[in-house]
Design a protein around this ligand. Structure first.
Ligand code: IVH
Length: 717
């Protein structure tokens, strides 16, 4: 029997939904087998024209029954598969970002932190690879059996967009890796970018056609990759540099440089300025060389990335929140220009901080028009830094002054200096408001309890009465690192807030039902229609499930960053326990405080801020209402299932030879333990290095199990 003829002649119109899926999957599995023969084994079982006929028929089926697209499991290795919109791809290994450094002293800190963490001598040699930081967008390419199967954007680091078909149009990305030594699963990560020359050509064409020009190569590359029609992506001539591994089924690479060399062998473009350095001076030299040739390159680079070469050391160093400890981006100096301050606006953020923003005479800095720049805080305007020392020789900044403004990449432009010689004779010192411009509550400078110094920042005391703080919290709640709800960008949240559609975070999750009941009408808002509205509803629905730590972080409580939120969640474990904490907070404030303080890595200021936030009735009800709307998942530490440490409370004391305390703590936590800072009868294990004092004595008194460094290393193995 001829399977192709069978497939082609089969009339599925009367099939049930399930049978249509079965039929579709059968065709797909047949096509996949043929692809594998053709691409991997260099052999064909059927002739090309039959293959093309079946492929065409398959596409027609999908066009006729678009609901089948979701059920489709097939993505051929070359060619084009229409996609209605991009589906999401979960990155098995999160795609992280890099922390930035700006000068030599930051570089010293980078070295010092690494040596301290790894417990290395100051004079030990570390191999560090330097490579340009390409100003594009990162992408992940997944190869199965050497065939490019999935291409995805970074997204929020965990979930990216499936842009496979568009990625396949990029000419310097291999669609198939011919080499015999390619692992079964291989994920190559790197940067997609547009050449400056192609960007200029594209803009010339836009001008000729009377169309608006694009702003910069990076944004254009990003927009080009997200086109529904891959032919548009193809016409934009994007390029790719491979720079790191993601998932891989098996390998025995020892160093990053080896990986890069292998990428090259497998047919990927790797950056030619990738180099191994053995000292800080060599790194600085590599940085200067790249800075010097920067403008002559045909692609934008905005700094140099330094990566520890040894993969074993990379593994030991691991990550801190969203960045690796083993790599850092040394940014180039940002571009600067001089302009005049027309006015100073005061903005109030979610934590009540009054931030002065200079309204500028518009100025073009490195191709971007800048109209606003931050003036940081009251002290900065007066010529004082956060330690109380003079800056700019003590010169203040006034409306009408000519100032120097700096802009770098995606950060907010900043005022960095003032040209006193151009000051107008009748100018007045800027009087910083003592009342919140939004709610009129007193704005005060807090005194730091430990240093006794007054803060540089003036804060509104209106808290929940202040609309700006409320709006700031809402904006934070939906932002990428928090709940990550797409669709509230730009001024949308303010619009919803001003209309009264959203006042508290929980209102976000009842928008759809209110719209359904006719209580609100989102589609009538400026810039909104039924399509954008239903898109918003589906992105809200996608985020109804969230882990406890991310939920706590999303509340936007002052001093509670993602790491602190994790430690709190590790202690609370479930949303149920958070709710009972709220209910018992009045009577048990101090005992909660004490028990949180037992954790390593969390301080009193943060915990008090957390508890104080929850003791306000308004906040407590927001948390409870959100709990009704959301599925808040228990905090689970990623742990080895068979770990001997999971669930144990551990205290470390003394010095270790093989690793720093920080590394020991991370290792214990990764294996499912809770690391406490002091011994109590809740402690299960004390790991005692050399010179252990009172903790050792106390552990002996309480009859707690004590082990030394050797036992600890055995436990880890
Ligand atoms: S390594 C775990 N290398 O910079 C670190 N990133 O803020 C993975 N980038 O999202 C990134 N050039 O888009 C690395 N040579 C390079 C890079 C590079 C540009 C981008 C990348 C990443 C961002 C980090």
């Amino acid at each position: 029997m001829d399977p192709i003829k069978n497939f082609l002649e089969c009339d599925i119109s009367a099939y049930s939904f399930e049978d249509k899926i079965t039929y579709l999957n059968k065709v797909e599995s047949f096509l996949s087998t043929q692809d594998k023969f053709y691409y991997q084994d260099n052999y064909s079982e059927i002739n090309d024209s039959d293959y093309d006929k079946l492929k065409k028929h398959y596409m027609q089926v999908l066009q006729k029954y678009p609901f089948l697209i979701k059920e489709s499991k097939y993505s051929e290795s070359i060619g084009f598969m229409p996609s209605e919109k991009f589906s999401k791809v979960k990155h098995k290994i999160p795609m992280l970002s890099l922390s930035n450094i700006f000068d030599e002293s930051d570089l010293d800190d980078f070295y010092e932190k690494i040596r301290k963490y790894l417990n290395l001598n100051l004079d030990s040699t570390l191999e560090i690879v330097s490579e340009p930081k390409i100003d594009g967008l990162s992408a992940s390419l997944l190869y199965k059996g050497g065939v490019l199967t999935v291409g995805a954007t970074r997204g929020d680091g965990t979930l990216g967009e499936d842009v496979t078909e568009n990625i396949k149009t990029i000419s310097n990305i291999p669609k198939i890796i011919e080499s015999k030594d390619v692992p079964e699963i291989l994920e190559v990560r790197g940067e997609i970018y547009m050449n400056k020359s192609d960007f200029i050509n594209l803009n010339e064409k836009m001008l000729q056609n009377g169309k608006q020009t694009y702003v910069n190569p990076r944004n254009t590359a990003s927009g080009s990759l997200r086109q529904i029609d891959p032919n548009i992506t193809r016409s934009r001539k994007l390029n790719f540099f491979a720079y790191t591994l993601g998932e891989i089924s098996n390998h025995n690479f020892k160093s990053h440089f080896e990986v890069i060399s292998k990428f090259k062998e497998w047919g990927f473009a790797v950056n030619p300025y990738t180099k191994i350095n053995r000292s800080k001076n060599e790194l600085i030299e590599s940085y200067s060389e790249l800075d010097a040739i920067r403008s002559s390159l045909d692609y934008d680079i905005d700094g140099v990335v330094y990566k520890i070469n040894s993969l074993h050391l990379q593994d030991r160093l691991g990550f801190i929140s969203r960045s690796p400890r083993w790599a850092v981006a040394h940014k180039f100096e940002a571009e600067k220009a001089n302009t005049k301050i027309i006015d100073i606006d005061i903005q109030v953020g979610r934590t009540g901080a009054l931030t002065p923003v200079a309204k500028l005479e518009p100025i073009n800095i490195g191709g971007v028009v800048v109209r606003n720049a931050t003036l940081h805080n009251e002290d900065f305007i007066s010529g004082i830094d956060s330690d109380g020392n003079q800056i700019r020789n003590g010169s203040d900044i006034r409306i009408g002054d000519t100032v120097e403004v700096i802009r770098s990449g995606d950060v907010i432009p900043k005022v960095i200096g003032v040209d006193i010689s151009k000051r107008l004779p009748n100018s007045q010192k800027y009087e910083f408001p003592k009342l919140c411009p939004i709610c009129n509550s007193p704005a005060i400078k807090e005194i730091n309890a430990s240093t006794g110094k007054s803060s540089s920042v003036r804060r509104c005391t209106g808290d929940f009465y202040c609309l700006s703080q409320e709006l700031g919290r809402l904006e934070f709640f939906v932002s990428r690192d928090a709940m990550n709800i797409e669709g509230f960008g730009g001024k949308s949240m303010k619009l919803f807030y001003d209309k009264g559609f959203i006042k508290r975070p929980n209102d976000i999750f009842t928008l759809q039902s209110k719209q359904g009941l006719g209580l609100i009408d989102i589609s009538s808002l400026d810039g909104w229609g039924s399509i954008s509205m239903s898109k918003l509803f589906s992105s809200i629905d996608e985020k109804r499930q969230i882990t406890l730590d991310r939920f706590i972080y999303s509340l936007g409580i002052r001093h509670i960053g993602i790491n602190t939120a994790k430690i709190i969640s590790q202690n609370l474990n479930s949303i149920g326990n958070l709710i009972s904490l709220i209910d018992n907070l009045n009577s048990k404030y101090n005992s909660y405080l004490e028990s949180f303080l037992e954790n390593d890595g969390i301080g009193e200021v943060a915990i008090k801020s957390f508890l104080d936030f929850l003791s306000v009735g308004h906040n407590a009800s927001v948390v409870k209402n959100l709990n009704d709307q959301l599925d808040i998942l228990d905090f689970v530490i990623e742990q080895k299932l068979d770990s001997k440490l999971s669930g144990l409370s551990i205290v470390f004391t003394g010095k270790f030879d093989s690793m720093s305390r920080a590394e020991a703590k991370d290792k214990a936590e990764r294996m499912g333990a809770k690391v406490l800072s002091s011994i109590s009868n809740k402690t299960d294990l004390l790991v005692a290095g050399q010179v252990s004092g009172s903790k050792l004595t106390k552990a002996k008194d309480l009859d707690i199990k004590i082990i030394d460094e050797n036992d600890w290393l055995n436990l880890l193995n």
